[in-house]
Design a protein around this ligand. Structure first.
Ligand SMILES: NC(=O)c1ccc[n+]([C@@H]2O[C@H](COP(=O)([O-])OP(=O)(O)OC[C@H]3O[C@@H](n4cnc5c(N)ncnc54)[C@H](O)[C@@H]3O)[C@@H](O)[C@H]2O)c1
Ligand SMILES: *[C@@H]1O[C@H](CO)[C@@H](O)[C@H](O)[C@H]1NC(C)=O
Ligand SMILES: *[C@@H]1O[C@H](CO)[C@@H](O)[C@H](O)[C@H]1NC(C)=O
Ligand SMILES: *[C@@H]1O[C@H](CO)[C@@H](O)[C@H](O)[C@H]1NC(C)=O
Ligand SMILES: *[C@@H]1O[C@H](CO)[C@@H](O)[C@H](O)[C@H]1NC(C)=O
Ligand SMILES: *[C@@H]1O[C@H](CO)[C@@H](O)[C@H](O)[C@H]1NC(C)=O
Length: 316
């Protein structure tokens, strides 16, 4: 069935792992996508790989949207010119490598072709946009939209406006993310590590301490997450867990706060030292579980399991 897409154009700057993921997500929602990369050969590689990925999602039954993989592939074009890539785009997603110098130079370029209504979002994992947009003409149109790998199956997007980002731009980004099937959260201000990594690092720090103090093996530490907490957290967060595990969160605090504080007072205060000896020991244990020559297979297995979980969650 011919289904002409006229939903608007999205520009993707940088066609590596994350750029390709964003493109697949946007075409799933019926948008036209133009992909730019500084490396001409990479654009061709990316186009071929995206066609392959969309086809494989279709075969696995996890392709998004109503269009076939072939129709979705046709919505993606490559461009060797950044200006042409951005022309008439409603939204630009920057996906170049994580370095402040790189972000500064690319955003300087994007600023030249930004129009009044365009949103320009960076995929940056940990650099505040205020560190590279401050002196630009269109800084009110710019912000962070940080995806989680693999974005096609882990829909969280952290939206972090700089202090000067227009509220309307932040809101529009959030609406667009909802519309394309991602799950946006909006940080009200910039903090180091944004939300996901702050919470992730708190977890990692405690795992490290439990290992270093000889309480658990590496395997058993990971099991706490994937057989315990992780399963719960795939459906409800830690705050709602408290709410449901008592008669509301206030009741939970009344009942358990004292015990929690006692336990928490035994935590090693940050910064934790990720010492080489502990890293060596964990590495050895993990290599027994996942041998070095099997990490790629294991990554594919992980993404396939995440695809199944995503299916379950989308069907509700
Ligand atoms: N990989 C992850 O797990 C992950 C998760 C969330 C966010 N991010 C963020 O996404 C961004 C991209 O990461 P990635 O993993 O896709 O990197 P990548 O190395 O796979 O891709 C980067 C691409 O950018 C291109 N590039 C380099 N300089 C450029 C320029 N000046 N203009 C246009 N293109 C240019 C490169 O040729 C390459 O194709 C980073 O900011 C990263 O922190 C990554
Ligand atoms: C191709 O896409 C897959 C996701 O489907 C990704 O894991 C892989 O890294 C990509 N390969 C290249 C060369 O970009
Ligand atoms: C798919 O089609 C249904 C019914 O027409 C529509 O409600 C939905 O928004 C479409 N989904 C996408 C991603 O285009
Ligand atoms: C969007 O992509 C379709 C399919 O390639 C094409 O027919 C259409 O002209 C494109 N629209 C725009 C605005 O580029
Ligand atoms: C942005 O969204 C917030 C929260 O939904 C709302 O209170 C505010 O009025 C919106 N602002 C603009 C400018 O759209
Ligand atoms: C990001 O900005 C916040 C607030 O301006 C600041 O506290 C933090 O240190 C910045 N993060 C980084 C990595 O510089």
């Amino acid at each position: 069935m011919a289904c002409k897409s006229e939903k608007g154009k999205i520009a993707i700057i940088g066609s590596g792992l994350i750029g390709q993921s964003w493109a697949a997500i946007f075409v799933g929602a019926g948008y036209n996508v133009t992909v730019y990369d500084i490396d001409d050969k990479q654009i061709e590689k990316a186009l071929a790989n995206m066609t392959k990925s969309l086809k494989s999602y279709e075969t696995q039954g996890c392709l998004r949207g109503n269009l076939s993989a072939e129709e979705q592939s046709k919505l993606i074009t490559g461009s060797h010119d950044i200006k042409a890539c951005m022309e008439n785009a409603i939204y630009v997603q920057e996906c170049v490598p994580e370095s402040i110098e790189m972000k500064k130079s690319v955003f300087g370029e994007l600023d030249k072709y930004c129009t009044k209504d365009m949103v320009i979002a960076s995929s940056s994992s940990c650099i505040n946009s205020s560190q590279f947009t401050e002196n630009l003409n269109h800084k009110t149109n710019m912000l962070i939209a940080h995806p989680v790998n693999p974005p096609y199956f882990l829909p969280l997007v952290e939206i972090i406006p700089a202090p000067w980002t227009a509220t309307e731009i932040t809101n529009r980004t959030r609406q667009l993310m909802e519309e394309i099937g991602q799950a946006p959260i909006t940080l009200k201000k910039e903090v180091p590590g944004f939300a996901l990594n702050r919470i992730q690092y708190a977890v990692i720090n405690e795992c490290w301490s439990l290992y270093k103090n000889g309480v658990l093996s590496a395997e058993d530490i990971d099991k706490v997450m994937y057989e315990g907490l992780g399963r719960r957290y795939a459906f409800i967060g830690p705050l709602e867990t408290m709410h449901l595990n008592a008669d509301g969160i206030k009741d939970y605090c009344k009942k358990y706060a004292e015990g929690m504080q006692k336990v928490s007072s035994t935590f090693t205060p940050p910064p934790i030292e990720y010492d080489a000896a502990t890293a060596d020991n964990i590495q050895e244990e993990l290599t027994n579980i996942v041998p070095a020559d099997q990490t790629q297979t294991r990554k594919e297995w992980r993404d396939e399991r995440l695809a199944q979980l995503d299916k379950l969650k989308r069907n509700k």
